[in-house]
Design a protein around this ligand. Structure first.
Ligand code: COA
Length: 178
């Protein structure tokens, strides 16, 4: 028996949580394809405790960059939100009447930690389904930390093919301000 009956909710809503520091083309691929599965996709900039103080952008800047990166044809189905402080992502899902939490699975190395997270979330909120989506092969090896690392070593032009235009523009303007 489920704790929360979502049958009355007509709209199918999914939450796609992550650190998004910064959003990459791999994330964008998942967001856009998720709009074909759900009426509304809420991209949630959330806090991963293990990644605190390692940030390139503030949560608000990450949210702005996600909003600016969404192709106009998908904008109607996507909303961007930021968690305030430490909250359980499943509780945000419940408050939004979301049925699912989307997670990207790039390789077997993602599997253990994603499986653990999915089980923990299932314990906390069995009414929220975790839906795993596989990014397109071209995006399989991209991660936000790889982007941050290459950026440090080689500057914005070297990460251009991994990130949306809005992120590149912001990185370049930061570089010229420095
Ligand atoms: N394309 C490119 N990269 C992808 C990707 C894709 N499609 N999917 C995942 N990644 C990468 C990310 O860039 C990130 O890389 P990084 O480690 O180099 O930064 C990594 O895979 C996983 O990051 P992400 O998907 O952003 O998740 P996260 O592990 O940073 O965040 C939270 C996890 C924030 C969703 C999770 O910690 C959370 O829900 N926290 C709130 C508290 C909570 O509810 N905890 C769970 C209950 S125990």
């Amino acid at each position: 028996m489920l704790n929360h009956d979502l049958h009355h909710v007509k709209k199918s809503i999914a939450v796609y949580p992550g650190s998004f520091d910064p959003i990459t083309n791999g994330h964008l691929d998942i967001i856009e394809r998720a709009t074909y599965l759900f009426d509304e996709v809420v991209v949630l900039v959330a806090v991963n405790e293990a990644k605190l103080n390692k940030g390139l952008f503030t949560p608000k800047e990450r949210a702005r960059l996600i909003t600016e990166s969404i192709n106009p044809e998908f904008q109607q189905s996507v909303r961007v939100d930021v968690t305030e402080g430490f909250v359980a992502t499943v509780d945000v899902c419940t408050n939004l009447c979301a049925r699912a939490m989307i997670r990207g699975l790039r390789s077997v190395t993602d599997f253990d930690s994603e499986f653990e997270l999915a089980i923990a979330n299932m314990e906390l909120a069995p009414h929220i389904e975790t839906v795993f989506m596989v990014p397109q092969p071209v995006n399989h090896f991209i991660s936000s930390s790889k982007v941050r690392e290459i950026l440090k070593l080689r500057g914005p032009d070297s990460v251009a093919k991994f990130i949306p235009e809005a992120v590149l523009k912001t990185l370049k303007s930061r570089e010229s301000d420095a």
